[in-house]
Design a protein around this ligand. Structure first.
Ligand SMILES: C[S@@+](CC[C@H](N)C(=O)[O-])C[C@H]1O[C@@H](n2cnc3c(N)ncnc32)[C@H](O)[C@@H]1O
Length: 427
């Protein structure tokens, strides 16, 4: 199958079956041989997710009646065609003929003419950019725009703008192997330009690279991790000899960083999702690090842990992931408004339970990749109100010492949107 047919199938999986693009894309890319085709397919799928409402409008305006049932895949294919016409440099005749060929490959020969006709029509039309409908203008669901407007009356447009940018690639230098300056120099020798990020081991690449092109990557020289996520281990400040719980660990980026920072700490990495836990072990193996990896529920620690209480706990809670839309634009369409309240309840349960397993004097770092206060500052404010032995310790990077935790917004210092709150338990 050609790139367009496979792209339509991946988009179908996301929009019709609710599968995340990070799963659907590689699942279909495996049928392509060339790296160039794989890159084009990724560009089209990510692009369609970013611009979905506008593409939807263009396509549906050109259709006499909507496609239903099995024919929906042809609708996704038209989104793919429309994206190429408006947002890529692919010559229109090639975009249209390849997309029509994809329709044949998807076994909808009877609709090839329709696909051709609709795309030719779109080619003649202007992209509907100037519109009063917010969802269309911002390519963002109405419920999310509303929540952003409430939470960030001054910044919401900027947040949406940043959430549509292509994210940079960040590396985490492996401090066990070399200093950050030394690895940046090694990168430069391989013609890879990079600079230091704000947290101690963060390296920002000038342009994204395939990990196989990074010197020493397979031997653990560095890991791919956004600059915002790299603050977790720094703020947790793990010490050698301590017992540390990473309560929601998969795929293990932060677990590995904690051990790089404190190799003699006893780290317990737990996750509810058995499949994702496999990736924790793979990451540990590549970096030659050791942790106890446990399949368990962070809201029921007694079921899988009979040992002593923890000196430090990282609670990187399940969340809406609204801070990382620039990396995962499908989140805009997979996440629903009602999820936010449900997630806040889940976060509260895990938060309260983990706290019981923290030693007196111990530190718990609460983190999310969300930008919504319901999951962040409000969550922590409510926790503090019902937990008399918890004290919030301000984070020096916060712009205002009175804030409840540190909210990083997408694009700030080139980082993803993230939230941290550091809490200490009374002795
Ligand atoms: C934000 S991700 C963690 C990312 C990870 N800390 C990292 O840096 O690679 C949240 C994780 O929480 C896990 N999770 C959700 N509910 C859980 C629960 N009740 N107990 C343990 N893990 C849970 C999910 O499976 C998911 O892997």
């Amino acid at each position: 199958m050609n790139v367009r047919a496979l792209a339509a199938k991946a988009i179908f999986d996301v929009l019709e079956k609710g599968i995340s693009l990070s799963v659907a894309l590689p699942d279909k890319q495996q049928y392509l041989d060339s790296g160039k085709d794989k890159a084009l397919m990724a560009e089209i799928c990510y692009g369609v997710m970013r611009q979905l409402p506008q593409l939807d409008k263009c396509v549906s305006d050109c259709l006499e009646k909507p496609f239903k049932g099995k024919q929906r895949i042809v609708y996704q294919l038209l989104l793919v065609g429309c994206y190429q016409l408006y947002f890529t440099r692919i010559p229109a005749h090639a975009a249209i003929s390849e997309t029509a060929e994809a329709c044949r490959q998807l076994k909808f020969d009877g609709l090839v003419k329709v696909v051709n006709g609709v795309l030719r029509n779109i080619q003649r039309n202007e992209m509907p950019l100037n519109t009063d409908i917010e969802t269309l203008r911002y390519n963002t669901p109405a419920w999310f725009i509303k929540r952003l407007q409430q939470a960030y009356p001054e910044q919401w447009q900027d947040i949406i703008e940043q959430s549509h940018q292509r994210p940079p690639m960040w590396l985490r230098n492996n401090q066990q192997l070399h200093r950050r300056e030394a690895y940046i120099a090694t990168l430069a020798q391989h013609n890879i330009d990079a600079s230091e990020g704000p947290s101690p081991n963060a390296i920002l690449l000038d342009s994204p690279k395939d990990v196989n092109a990074l010197p020493g990557f397979m031997d653990g020289a560095a890991s791919v991790q956004d600059g915002a996520a790299q603050w977790a281990a720094t703020l947790l400040a793990p010490q050698n000899g301590e017992l540390i719980l990473d309560a929601c660990a998969a795929p293990g980026g932060k677990t590995c960083h904690i051990i790089e920072q404190a190799p003699q700490a006893n780290v317990i990495a737990v996750d509810f999702d058995e499949k994702r836990l496999v990736r924790v072990q793979q990451n540990l193996d590549r970096l030659n690090l050791k942790a106890q990896v446990i399949h368990g529920d962070a809201a029921n620690i007694d079921l899988w842990w009979q040992g002593e209480k923890f000196d430090r706990i990282l609670l990187d809670a399940p969340c809406s992931a609204t801070g990382v839309i620039r990396r995962h634009p499908d989140i805009k369409w997979l996440r629903k408004n009602k999820d936010i309240e449900e997630l806040a309840i889940l976060q509260q349960q895990i938060f309260d339970h983990c706290w019981q397993w923290l030693k007196p004097g111990g530190t718990l770092l609460y983190a999310t990749c969300s930008i919504l206060p319901e999951e962040n500052s409000q969550q922590v404010t409510q926790f503090l109100a019902r937990t008399p032995d918890a004290q919030l310790v301000p984070i020096s990077q916060q712009s205002n010492a009175q804030d409840i935790g540190w909210q990083i917004l997408p694009g700030q210092d080139n980082m993803d949107g993230f939230y941290y709150a550091r809490l200490v338990k009374a002795q």
